[in-house]
Design a protein around this ligand. Structure first.
Ligand code: GLY
Ligand code: MN
Ligand code: MN
Length: 438
């Protein structure tokens, strides 16, 4: 079986076939992510556009995919040509030859021929599926090509009558994970789980947050993940209450909690996991009370993630548990109805509980369909990540101030109960304490 990256070549051709079936006589154009300059001569690490990779497995920059369906289906790639001199510096390229031989393209051209060749490929397609607005220079090239097709009207060629977003087809497919995608996600999670476990084992009072970050990120790379799915958040003590904390430069104190939100990307699939654990290995009583409350909220949301339910319902399950629990712990004097009605819990839980997960950490796929929250269906993967974030000045019992806790798992919707893909990462108080003192 020919493999491209971590998947069989047939996985990519099957995806293209599904897109081509949905296109009918239409044409689709997807360009690779432009190389981004970091500073002076230095570039940011390159990562292929997820849609382009999903349909080709091709990971080089300056690539353009053109796909046509209908009676004359075509898979065309524009790629960087072979260039022995450049390859000495930057490594081997597939070139036109590789695009044909290894990636199954029906036709392949050097990227420089795009401008001249694209009009031909757009001719007679009723609609063009192209995402306008992301790369203005490339938009211009596509619009010029359209104009040139229009100029051929007298020769009997018709230009696309509409431009539509390719996401309507491609992102719908990406929302439902195929078995080989789930395999990639499980592999990413195996690595991410090991990193979180290693952090629980090795964290000690006196360490700096960046030392733990290095341990986590180092485990990702050591186990072969290509990159982070997002920048790792390692927040000790009150930093755990900052949702997008990124400095990771504080010294951890005995008795504090440490929140780690970190996930690797492996084989172009993301993982997204948060665990919160005691720096000294044992939860204090107030820490345990809040931790157990977040855990109960998370379990309620996971139980709610069944086919037909919506993400609003998954979120509401957490909110109800958190609101009631906070009230019992003395955060509010108001009735539960009033806490929920007036959203009095929001200073402590201000984000949503879930997002789609896949090739992108905040993955594609419409959250609303025809103006209504989309019902869950088997094959979708989402995060379930409730938390509590109590500022140091919060009007609540003093013992809870400065505590930040989030528990985040990655969950697959099945025909029955949701499958927690990250089930094996320590999560209950007993499991976490055992991992911390192992
Ligand atoms: N780590 C990003 C998120 O949890 O959504
Ligand atoms: Mn996260
Ligand atoms: Mn998340």
């Amino acid at each position: 079986m020919v493999r491209l990256g971590s998947m069989s070549a047939s996985s990519f051709s099957a995806r293209r076939a599904r897109v081509q079936a949905a296109l009918g006589d239409d044409v689709l154009v997807i360009a690779s992510t432009p190389v981004a300059l970091r500073n002076n001569d230095v570039e940011h690490d390159y990562r292929q556009d997820s849609d382009l990779y999903y349909l080709t497995g091709f990971d080089e920059p300056q690539t353009v995919l053109v796909l046509r369906g209908g009676r004359a289906p075509q898979f065309v790639l524009f790629v960087r040509p072979r260039d022995p001199e450049r390859e000495v510096w930057d490594g081997a390229r597939e070139g036109v030859e590789g695009a044909l031989a290894n990636y199954g393209a029906d036709q392949a051209f050097p990227a420089a021929q795009l401008e001249a060749t694209l009009p031909e490929l757009l001719g007679d397609a009723p609609r063009l599926h192209y995402r306008l607005g992301r790369d203005r220079a490339f938009d211009e090239l596509v619009l010029r090509a359209l104009d040139r097709v229009r100029a051929r009207a007298r020769t009997g060629v018709s230009a696309p009558g509409a431009i539509v977003d390719p996401g309507l087809i491609v992102h719908e497919l990406r929302l439902y994970k195929q078995p080989e995608e789930l395999e990639a996600m499980r592999r990413a999670l195996a690595i991410t789980g090991e990193a979180h476990l290693e952090a629980m084992r090795q964290t000690q009072p006196g360490m700096y947050e960046y030392e733990v970050e290095a341990l986590v990120n180092g485990t990702f790379r050591r186990r072969g993940a290509e990159r982070l799915a997002y920048s790792s958040i390692v927040g000790g003590g009150p930093n755990a209450t900052v949702l997008h904390y990124r400095r990771n430069d504080r010294q951890l104190q005995a008795g504090e909690l440490l929140l780690i939100d970190a996930g690797c990307e492996a084989g172009y699939y993301a993982s997204d996991i948060t665990r919160t654990f005691p720096v000294s290995g044992r939860f204090s009583e107030p820490q345990r009370q809040l931790y157990d409350l977040v855990l109960q909220a998370q379990l309620a949301s996971i139980a709610a993630a069944i086919p037909g339910a919506t993400l609003d319902e998954v979120h509401a399950a957490s909110v109800n548990v958190l609101a009631q629990g906070l009230r019992e712990l003395g955060f509010f004097q108001e009735s539960l109805e009033e806490v929920l009605e007036r959203q009095l819990y929001r200073p402590y839980y201000m984000h949503r509980t879930s997002h789609w997960l896949g090739m992108d950490v905040h993955d594609v796929g419409a959250y609303f369909v025809a103006g209504k929250p989309r019902p869950l269906a088997p094959g979708m993967v989402l995060t379930v990540e409730p938390g509590l974030y109590v500022s140091e000045t919060a009007p609540c019992p003093e013992r809870y101030r400065g505590l930040g806790i989030r528990i985040e798992d990655d969950v697959l919707v099945t025909v029955g109960a949701a499958e927690v893909l990250s089930q094996f990462i320590p999560k209950t108080v007993a499991e976490v304490e055992r991992a911390c003192t192992a």
